[in-house]
Design a protein around this ligand. Structure first.
Ligand SMILES: NC(=O)c1ccc[n+]([C@@H]2O[C@H](COP(=O)([O-])OP(=O)(O)OC[C@H]3O[C@@H](n4cnc5c(N)ncnc54)[C@H](O)[C@@H]3O)[C@@H](O)[C@H]2O)c1
Length: 346
């Protein structure tokens, strides 16, 4: 594909999610990374330049301090926006919402992440559930890591005609590894104060038909989230039938305790051994041998790599907004192939 025909993607905010989105964009044959804007001047900004990306300053103050720090600045955020067909905003929670008016005034397509509210874009995105309704829109929000996993798994059961209602408990990692010197809890567990926790209502911003309730607990580790679910099905079904429903998703990988994948750390180690960048696991890793069916109820548990799961969704959201690929399965197949997603991890 010629460069002129590629989707020009601008990235604002090169943190945990932004750096992974940037790397994923560069792997897409139909996309080019127009540049990356941020406000930092330390090793993070230097990594942007070192990776060969054009660095833009998100604010006037950042422009001055980046130049003072000797960084090669290609221009301002506005300069980046002028050279992009779509902007992916991966700035911290609530900062992205402040950029929305600016993007709208420029008539630019934009994607926000799960830290922002549904109302900021009026559309919330999970590729396997509602790619079609994002086609040609100006904006969407890729929902949070936990919500993405909830919608992926419940959509698989729903498509198989098995889903009546779902109740889940989420054990949430305390903070991200790179900032664990600053935040995070130790030697305690902190339940979220309200039931349902925000992930269940958030899942319904993608699919309003889901009957889902979640509770959440923050736990003192940084590897990933662990979910435990109890689902009432529409009828009694066999374990194989339920597993087959999950197998229909290209973004759920079945793993087994019998293979030694007994905990979050062993699955994470597997991702490192597989040579995934940043040990990324883009799939929901669901324990097939642990899954238990009792009449019309199914119980299961899975792991969510919070830092990686939303990356394929963000790539698909770019194609959906720009309308370059109308078929969800085609976009997902391209994304999956470029990032190396698998439904069997070993
Ligand atoms: N970290 C996760 O596990 C995770 C998972 C799913 C979704 N999300 C969502 O993704 C979004 C980004 O989160 P994150 O964890 O990557 O944040 P982060 O703090 O790791 O990174 C944010 C980046 O934005 C930069 N930044 C700060 N202010 C800026 C500004 N005004 N303009 C431009 N850049 C600015 C920071 O320097 C940093 O590089 C949030 O909406 C968050 O809720 C995070």
């Amino acid at each position: 594909m010629s460069n002129a025909a590629k989707i020009r993607v601008g990235l604002n905010g090169y943190g945990v999610i932004g750096k992974r989105v940037a790397a994923a964009v560069t792997l897409q044959e139909d996309m080019t990374l127009a540049g990356v804007s941020d406000v930092t001047t330390d090793w993070r900004a230097r990594t942007i330049v070192r990776n060969g990306y054009r660095l833009f300053s998100a604010t006037d103050e950042a422009a001055a301090s980046m130049r003072k720090a000797g960084l090669a600045v290609a221009g301002s955020l506005d300069d980046l926006l002028a050279n992009a067909d779509v902007i992916v905003d991966c700035t911290p929670k609530r900062i992205a919402a402040r950029n929305v008016d600016h993007y709208r005034r420029r008539g630019l397509k934009f994607i926000l992440q799960g830290g922002e509210k549904h109302e900021t874009t009026g559309h919330s995105f999970v590729a396997e559930s509602n790619y079609a309704s994002a086609l040609g829109r100006q904006a969407t929000r890729v929902v949070s890591c936990n919500t993405t996993s909830v919608v992926r798994t419940l959509t698989a059961l729903k498509r198989a005609g098995l889903l009546r209602r779902a109740r889940g408990t989420l054990l949430r990692r305390a903070t991200d590894p790179w900032e664990s010197h600053e935040h995070g809890i130790m030697n305690t567990l902190v339940p979220e104060p309200a039931i349902p926790s925000h992930q269940a209502p958030d899942a319904r911003t993608v699919d309003p038909d889901l009957d889902v309730v979640t509770m959440a607990v923050a736990v003192p580790e940084t590897l990933a989230h662990l979910h435990c679910w109890s689902v009432q099905m529409t009828r009694a079904a066999s374990k194989d039938e339920v597993l087959d429903a999950f197998r229909q998703s290209t973004r759920i990988a079945l793993i087994r305790i019998a293979d030694g994948l007994v905990a979050l750390n062993s699955v994470k180690e597997l991702m490192a051994d597989r040579g995934r960048p940043h040990d990324n696991m883009y799939e929901v890793a669901l324990w097939s041998d642990m899954l238990h069916v009792q009449g019309d109820e199914v119980f299961y548990s899975y792991m969510v790599d919070n830092q990686a799961i939303v990356i394929p969704e963000t790539i698909d959201a770019i194609r959906a907004l720009t309308g370059t690929v109308e078929d969800a399965s085609e976009s997902m197949a391209r994304t999956n192939a470029s990032l190396g997603l698998e439904t069997t991890l070993i």
